[in-house]
Design a protein. Structure first.
Length: 425
């Protein structure tokens, strides 16, 4: 059978051992191909029912009493589920605040512990918000630190050697995204962490584009610190609270810079002198956002049922299939690959590059007769990002997306769209 045919894509879906998990998500429009789960995950079908219970029963009837019948422990309960996805112990993870706030807290406390060391290392492909936070921290510490960015030779990857060149005996902290947001380049976490430790530097990983997408083992890699997002692959809903990880042996050595009452030892004693809580809870701050926190539970249960190894295996197979389609249909039309070809260097999204990338994205989203609505996203300067989320992405979805991109360029549909950028791309 022709591997580039629609029938072949349908056969791959029929043989997919994980195909039933798609039914757990609200994807009822057969004309929609959603490939942006790496930016905002799809709504799990059970979330609305569960949240009705949380709102009507726990909040509506339980009122303030619900803090003593489950709410107070919920950040730890959900953190324990996330810990299973990232290779950590339950008491090394807490769900709290946003990714940015958590990164600030952990980077700050690492720099305090490493006082006297002046180097902060990241890379030029990191998410800009992470770099902004490092710049702000450098100012808070009196501009005593030197921020060094490892450079990419191809705009897609950063070499082991380049990271090694930036690390010095004065490096306090290395902080990187495990999977890079534009290109999906994935670092070898264990090797890079070991390299940093050899220089005496602490390591802080941003897992936002890898948690729920690739297997992670923080304990095996002896990672110091990590943060992550829950509204991308983990499907927690827009702005759902993030999580942070601190290795067990470091917890009592570190103190959060934000001294909030939920990070206080015995917060309901209302003591006016702050004393940090023991263990991971010292990194909490204000009252947990109980409704958005609760929305994580239905999705995490699905992940634990599916298993990260099986999800990763499907993700790799789907990405390799997509790359075959790209090479056959799109490479001749001026598209180029913006992600690593090697599967062990790539997360679960793929970037395609094209000079008209932004207008092609607009055309993909626009309804067209006999053509699906395809939702990817766009990243400067010319990246079309396509998220493969194996819990619900089908091989047929990837086929339809490629054929629509081919048609858009073949038929010059993109010329009907403005080059003016929307606020959210």
């Amino acid at each position: 059978m022709d591997i580039f045919s629609e029938e072949y894509a349908r056969q791959l879906d029929a043989k997919d051992p994980l195909k039933g998990f798609r039914d757990h998500f609200v994807l009822e429009d057969n004309n929609l191909v959603y490939l942006d789960g790496n930016s905002l995950g799809v709504l799990p079908r059970n979330t609305a029912t569960y949240m009705e219970q949380v709102v009507k029963e726990e909040w509506g009837r339980g009122l303030i009493r619900s803090w003593n019948t489950g709410w107070y422990e919920r950040p730890q309960k959900i953190a324990a589920q996330i810990a299973l996805l990232i290779g950590a112990h339950a008491d090394e993870v807490i769900v709290t605040d946003s990714t940015s706030v958590n990164l600030f807290k952990l980077a700050y406390t690492a720099l305090k512990l490493q006082q006297g060391r002046k180097g902060i290392v990241s890379d030029s492909l990191n998410f800009p918000s992470d770099i902004y936070l490092l710049q702000g921290l450098a100012e808070i510490f009196g501009n005593q630190h030197d921020i060094r960015l490892a450079q990419s030779h191809d705009g897609i990857t950063v070499s082991h050697e380049e990271i090694e060149n930036q690390l010095g005996n004065d490096t306090a902290l290395l902080t990187l995204s495990h999977v890079v947001f534009k290109s999906a380049f994935m670092y070898n976490m264990k090797d890079i962490t070991s390299l940093s430790h050899q220089k005496g530097a602490m390591v802080l990983w941003d897992l936002s584009h890898s948690v729920g997408a690739v297997p992670i083992d923080l304990n095996d890699a002896h990672v110091d610190l990590a943060v992550g997002c829950t509204y991308k692959y983990l499907n927690g809903g827009p702005g759902s609270p993030a999580f942070l990880y601190v290795r067990k042996d470091l917890q009592e050595k570190l103190k959060s810079p934000i001294w909030g009452w939920f990070g206080q030892n015995n917060p309901f004693d209302f003591n006016l002198q702050y004393q940090p809580a023991p263990g991971i809870e010292r990194f909490m701050a204000g009252t947990p956002p109980m409704l958005s926190l609760s929305m994580l539970e239905p999705s995490l249960n699905i992940f634990l049922d599916a298993g990260m190894d099986r999800l990763r295996n499907k993700s790799v197979q789907q990405a390799n299939y997509f790359i075959q389609l790209f090479q056959h249909h799109l490479a001749p039309l001026g598209f180029s690959m913006g992600s690593p070809i090697k599967e062990d260097q790539r997360g679960s999204h793929i970037s395609l590059r094209h000079p008209e990338g932004y207008r092609i994205c607009q055309a993909l989203i626009e309804p067209q007769k006999d053509s699906p609505v395809v939702i990817p996203d766009f990243r400067q300067p010319d990246n079309i990002r396509l998220g493969i989320t194996p819990l619900y992405t089908r091989y047929h979805d990837l086929f339809r997306a490629v054929i629509k991109m081919k048609t858009i360029v073949d038929q010059h549909w993109y010329t009907a769209f403005s080059i003016k950028r929307e606020k959210v791309t």
